[in-house]
Design a protein around this ligand. Structure first.
Ligand SMILES: [Zn+2]
Ligand SMILES: [Zn+2]
Length: 355
């Protein structure tokens, strides 16, 4: 295992930059906000709020994809990045296909995701589009030749989303419990996005703890060859059980992918939700939130107050157990066990901000 420890000076330049106007902008943060952001310089020390990136093997993202890390300055100067504006300030979530057998629990799961993104991208509005079936998207699909599970074609889903994207959207994100493939020759893909069009589609199928096991229930009989255009094969098709680790992984994927929509690239500074990931174990290693450098990128894009963002997040946890909706009575307790450490971390951040 290798630890990526960058000199404090490098982290300082990555956060503040070396250009006068950006340093001036940084000075507008309150003393407490700067103290929180500069906690990142102490990463690796005991009790620090931020951790160092660890590389566990050559198949991890950083050794597999060598690229220039994106500091605050290069983010700020990127002519292709997009920020929300008053006419485009809503993140839309489109569910595709079934999210579970139990209707109310499914509805609640998707509401949890919405609520989480709403707190994470504090200041923007996050809305659910009416759900659609796989048939409604008219996408191509296939049975994977190795695992014999159903897969749907990402390009068709992106095209479908492009037609549905509301005018006030900052971005639209399609999510599904069905596995995805980007083209015939590929085995699978976790997701695909078009940053210039502000949209992406992501699958949570492989976040199922049993996905790679021999008795994974999403495998179809080898003799079954569904006909092109016959979407009945999706009726009652297996979906992963909704549990704490699935919710945690889905929240992480959603916020990571939406983070890219702002032009935030893979983080190579500190342990961060924006770190690239090549496999599930590496995704699980990522924390739920941003490092200070990525936090500054998001903050200037959205304009939220940093303390408010953490407060909204904590409030969402307190409210979750008594959540009710006008359309449906929801009784499922939110499986937040996996979020316990994150909650404590948010509290520690707030302690600094409210000193
Ligand atoms: Zn990514
Ligand atoms: Zn980061």
């Amino acid at each position: 295992m290798k630890v990526i420890q960058r000199p404090v000076k490098t982290l300082q330049t990555a956060l503040l930059s070396d250009s006068k106007d950006l340093i001036k902008l940084y000075r507008k943060y309150t003393d407490q906000e700067r103290q929180l952001l500069e906690e990142g310089f102490k990463a690796g020390q005991q009790g620090c709020l931020f951790q160092l990136i660890t590389v566990h093997s050559d198949s991890d993202w950083i050794p597999a994809h060598p690229e220039e890390p994106q500091d605050f300055r290069s983010f700020w100067r990127d002519p292709h990045r997009t920020s929300p504006d008053p006419a485009h300030n809503t993140i839309y979530i489109q569910t595709i296909g079934s999210f579970g057998e139990a209707g109310p629990q499914t509805d609640q799961y998707v509401q949890w995701l919405r609520q989480y993104c709403q707190a994470f991208f504090c200041g923007l509005s996050v809305k659910l589009m009416p759900p659609v079936t796989v048939a409604e998207t008219q996408c191509s699909f296939r049975v994977n030749s190795n695992l014999h599970n159903l897969q749907i074609l990402t390009g068709d889903l992106l095209q479908f989303l492009a037609h549905r994207k509301p005018k006030d959207a900052f971005c639209i994100v399609g999510i599904t419990m069905i596995d995805l493939y980007p083209k015939e020759s590929w085995n699978f893909v976790f997701g695909q996005a078009s940053l210039s069009m502000g949209m992406g589609v992501f699958s949570f199928a492989r976040y199922d703890n049993h996905f790679y096991s021999r008795n994974y229930t999403g495998r179809l009989s080898k003799s079954l060859q569904p006909k092109k255009g016959d979407y009945s094969v999706f009726d009652g098709y297996y979906t992963p059980p909704i549990c704490s680790s699935l919710l945690l992984r889905s929240c992480k994927t959603m916020t990571h992918e939406i983070g890219h929509m702002f032009g935030i690239r893979h983080c190579q500074w500190l342990s961060c939700v924006m770190q690239g990931s090549n496999h599930l174990e590496e995704s699980d290693r990522r924390p739920l939130d941003f490092c200070p450098i990525c936090l500054r990128k998001l903050q200037v894009s959205v304009g939220f107050n940093i303390a408010d963002r953490y407060k909204v997040h904590l409030k969402a946890y307190r409210m979750s157990s008594s959540y009710t909706s006008s359309q449906v009575s929801l009784h499922y307790p939110k499986p937040t066990e996996a979020f316990h450490d994150y909650k404590l971390w948010l509290q520690r951040c707030l302690e600094i901000l409210e000193k």
